[in-house]
Design a protein around this ligand. Structure first.
Ligand code: UDP
Ligand code: MG
Length: 316
């Protein structure tokens, strides 16, 4: 008996890409079903993340035309990561394995076959890893690759050049369900789930229609989320910095006393004003970083739901 695959696709204002995406995904899935690799209960599950356009109507239409399509409608826009989690948690109840990908098919769907093969070979998590970023704009490539480097430097372990294109078995999803954090950064949490993992390489293409839902502002917020939700290294660095600055001031003090004893008092205005500014800056920076973590703690203690589902359409 072949296993059931759910392909989970978060969608936010994606009416421009949905017709093409659904067509290509359906071809892929029916191909795998007819060759006996997947159960015919397999589905393509679109998650509508509170879109302002006709995305949900399109999803409902697709479902009416073919039960291979199913849909999850969120109560409002909750962001990519939460929408993805909502889809994964809904699919977990019905599927043996789930693949997540973006609605714009920038992730080559050709990698699906290999992911499924690796699943049958015993992998619980298969990461889709980008082999090159030739098609990304210089700016996107630069910021994205810098992002992975900084993340790793700051102690947040992520798989290099892996976004949210991956296969997870039901067992891995059940593990993921036990991570209760509200500050959701899936590509950092999934590696913590463990089990047997594998990777599949693919080329990332361009978005074929519509525009990116990740402008620079959202990317920066996402990077901040990733760092502060996975690592406390910045806090430790601040402590280190504090020690360092303190040591420097002690050395300066000794130096001044020695100079004074030798009878050569310096006119200290420039150095004084510099250090006032430098130390003021460091204090503000440190307070900011600490505030960032306290903000996270505040949100976590509230334990707000990460998503609310308005309705699910799926023929089982
Ligand atoms: N997305 C979402 N909610 C949001 C923003 C984005 O569900 O608030 C989805 C979007 O529909 C797409 C995926 O997240 O399927 C990735 O977005 P996009 O392709 O715009 O990001 P990029 O590839 O430019 O980084
Ligand atoms: Mg995209």
């Amino acid at each position: 008996m072949a296993d059931i695959l759910y392909i989970v696709v978060p969608c936010y204002n994606e009416e421009a890409v949905l017709p093409e995406t659904s067509k290509r995904l359906k071809e892929k899935l029916t191909g795998l079903i007819s060759s006996g690799k997947l159960s015919e209960k397999s589905r393509i599950m679109f998650v509508n993340d509170g879109s302002k356009d006709r995305t949900w109507e399109l999803i409902a239409q697709l479902h009416d035309s073919d039960p291979i399509f199913s849909g999850v409608n969120l109560s409002r826009n909750r962001g990519h990561q939460n929408a993805l989690l909502a889809g994964l948690m809904t699919a977990k109840e019905r599927a043996d394995m789930v693949i997540s990908m973006d609605a714009d098919l920038q992730d080559d769907i050709g990698a699906v076959d290999e992911m499924v093969e690796k699943y049958y070979a015993g992998c619980d998590i298969v990461y889709g890893v980008r082999s090159s970023r030739k098609k990304d704009s210089f700016f996107k490539r630069f910021t994205a690759e810098g992002f992975y480097r900084v993340m790793n430097l700051l102690g947040a372990e992520t798989v290099f050049n892996h976004a949210d294109y991956r296969l997870m078995s039901r067992r891995a999803l059940e593990g993921l369900a036990q991570f209760k954090e509200v500050n959701l950064f899936l590509r950092g949490i999934v590696p913590m789930v463990g089990y047997t993992t594998g990777t599949v390489e693919y080329e990332r293409g361009e978005r074929f229609a519509g525009e990116s839902k990740y402008p620079l502002k959202k990317m920066l917020a996402f990077a901040m989320e990733g760092i502060t939700s996975l690592s406390t290294k910045p806090l430790r660095w601040i402590t280190g910095l504090g020690f360092l600055v303190f040591a420097v001031s002690i050395i300066m003090l000794i130096y001044s006393i020695v100079r004074w004893a030798m009878g050569a008092t310096t006119m200290g205005w420039p150095s004084l004003i510099c250090s006032v500014w430098a130390i003021g800056g460091l204090i503000l920076l440190s307070l900011g970083v600490i505030g960032e973590y306290i903000g996270k703690i505040y949100l976590e203690t509230k334990g707000r739901p990460r998503f609310l589902i308005r309705e699910v359409i799926d023929d089982e």
